[in-house]
Structures are given as C-alpha cells and as structure tokens.
Design a protein around this ligand. Sequence first.
Ligand SMILES: [Ca+2]
Length: 455
Amino acid sequence: MNIGISKHVICSVVLAFPGLVEAADKPNIVVFLTDDQGYGDLGCYGSDSLETPNIDRLCRQGMMFTDFYVHQRCSPTRLAFMTGSHAHRAGCTKVIYNRDRIGIHSDEVTTPELLKTAGYTTGIVGKWHLGEWDAFNPTRHGFDFFHGFMIDLDQGTGIYRNLERIESIKRKTDGQHSPKLLDAAVGFIKQNKEHPFFLYCASPLPHTPWIPNERFRGTSRRGTYGDVIREIDWQVGELMKVLDEQGIAENTLFIFASDNGPVLGIDGGDAGPLRDGKWTDFEGGIRVPCIMRWPGTIAPGSTNRQITGIIDLLPTFCAIAGVAAPGDRVIDGRNILPYLRGEQVEKPIHESFIVPGSVIRHGKWKLLVRELKPGGKSGREGKRPSAPAGSLFNLQDDPGETRDVSADHPEIVADLRRRMDAAVRELEANSRPIGRLPGAPVPETKNNVKKRIKH
Ligand SMILES: [Ca+2]
C-alpha cells in the first residue's frame, strides 16, 4: 500500500465526524447493477423491441442519466463502485478470474464500510467479482451479508452465504439461480426495514450465456436476450413492490445501472445510438443506462445530461449518510447530490471522463489517444471498424463516434492530449495496488479455462 494511513484510522475519523445525523433519519440505498446491459436495452432509453415496463416506471418516477460512465468490463467497474476511484487507480483494469490470486485490497475503504460507520446495515446479493478468495469475500470488505457468487454463475465455485459455500454449480444456470437471488434480496429488505440499509443487488443478468428462468422463456419479441431483459425488469419490479409493501419506498434511494456495455451480435444487446459495446472504450462500452429514484429529493421524470459515473456513488452516498469520504487518498468520484436535488451548479461537477492511456472526454469532445478496436471475442459481432489514435469526435453532434473531426480542431486535440498527459502523470503518482495473495492455494477451477473467452 503506498499510502500511510490504514482504513481503521480513517474509520475512526469518520466516527468523529461532527455532521453525523441519527441513523434512523437516513434513507435506505438500493443499487441494482445489471451485467452487460447496453445503453439501448431499455424502453426508457429508446428500445422499441425490449419490454421493460417496471424500469420505465422507475425512470418516470426518478432521474435518467444520459452520460453515466463505467469501465468497459465487469471487475473494474465493480472496483470503481466499491472504492469511488477509477479501476486504474485502485490497481486492476482486468477481469478477475477465479484462478487469479488478486482481489480488492484490504486497505481500500469501501462504500459499505463507510455506510456502516453511519449506522447502515449492508448487504450484497449476486455477483461480487472482486476476488475469489476468502480474504476478498464481501464480508471482509464491509458487507454484513452476502448471498451470491464470486465471479460468474458459469465460472464461479458455487453460491456463498457470507463465508460459507452453500451450493455447488456444475453447469450454466443463470435462470435457475436468479429467482433465489431475488428472494435473498427481498429477505434482506424485510429483515432490515426498521433501520437504514444499503443493498447492492448485483444481478448475473443479462451476461452470457443467456438462460432466462422458465417463466420468461418465449415471452419477449427479441428472442432469448429479450426474455432475459424481461426477467431483469420483473426483478426490479418485485423490489419496487416490496419497498412499497414495507412502507419504505419513499425513504429509499433506488439506483438502476449496468456495469458495462452490451455483448453485441445476433440477438444480442444494443448500445442504442452509441458505438460498439463491451470490451471497448467507445461510448457503447463505457456509457450505460442509469436511473435514480428518491421520492421527495429527485424530481420525477427528470433527466441529467452531465458527465457522471459509478465512481460518484461512494462520495454521494457519504454525503447522504453524513460521513466524510476518505481524505488520505485520491478519490476520483464526486458528490453528485446537487444533481439529484436539481440544484443549479455553476459548472459541471465533472468536466472530463478519462480512461487513462485510452480516451478522454472533455465536455462534448472525445479524443482517442490510442487506436480503438471493436469489442467482442466471440466472432459473432461481424466486421466492425477500428478507429485510429488521434481521432476526435464531437459527441454532442455525433454520439455514434462516426466522424473524426481532428483535422478541423487541432487546438482541441492538443488541449485534450495535455489533459490526458497530466491525468496519467497524476495517476502514476497516486495509484494504489490491488490485493494479492502470494502462496495462496488455487481454488476449484473446473471447466473454467474454455469459458474465459466469454469475458
Ligand atoms: Ca459485465
């Protein structure tokens, strides 16, 4: 660890923070994060073939974010959520597999750890993907309750309840398990309704293989993928219903988002107007749907078009809970509560979104500092073009990144290059390591190697 203060010291500071309010006054927080759902994979984001009535209702009751950024694949986005920092800063930009001896570092101060200092009960249901090993288990990193799996349902070593593996998984069974995960989430809400809670529902859907539960097979107009999207929508609707039934919907911030762009191909996901999908830093890979509902604070039917991202959830939750975000390290996220409240802000909370060494968006401009190749590994995506290093796009006029205008705006290119260079230098000076377990035994890895290609 290249910082000098342990998280235990930070937590002590947080506990002494004078702005704490009584826990009972604080809102519950539910985050429903889907896996590989594209920008165009929701009715409220413009799909004319996928049916998402419950999520569309959530959108009408809350705020739709048009420019919400994540990383291009699973583990980095989840690391960014837990640390409030870009995955590059928190030490890992790759997908973590269950043969790897890495995972979230014990010195990271995580979103649930911070909320716990404010009196929250914390739970995660579903996909963790920040390390298979016991030391990386969510209950070691701030969660009071864990029901789910470490990597993916088709790659993991089983279903866990806290530190205990309670069920083996021998085949691809998303549709069989996802209702059980929903049951665990509903149980957590009912059990903790009297006090503020943070529930992170990390859905295994619509990640490949697309295996909807039986009740959803053949129910959509978009084949198996559409059936899976319907199942997601049903789950969100069930969570909305239980919040209503328990009388706590009004005091709950409910967030729906995806962890990265869609897997493209025949009958696959859809990035809507954005270019490409998962595994790329084109907008289709890193910009995802995000909806936030919080009755009484967020105006129904509102839209936010500023640069925001999953890194902002940690500092925003800290502001909501009345605790200080870690001050001994660089946190890339910002408190976007002013956006949620509909306040007028003098200038955007984020002027840029940067993937170090790859792309920088500043305002409406996006510069590629290296060549971007199309995403995907399955070969089903068809032939799509690359974009050369130095390409400049005007996202306001050209959200699909189709027209390189770098020749018309050399001054913009130079300015964005300078900003990228400065960001990379700062990152190199203030990055943190991923957790490592040298000498740890290799966990069960049956049938994993061939399936890695699905990531
Ligand atoms: Ca994913």
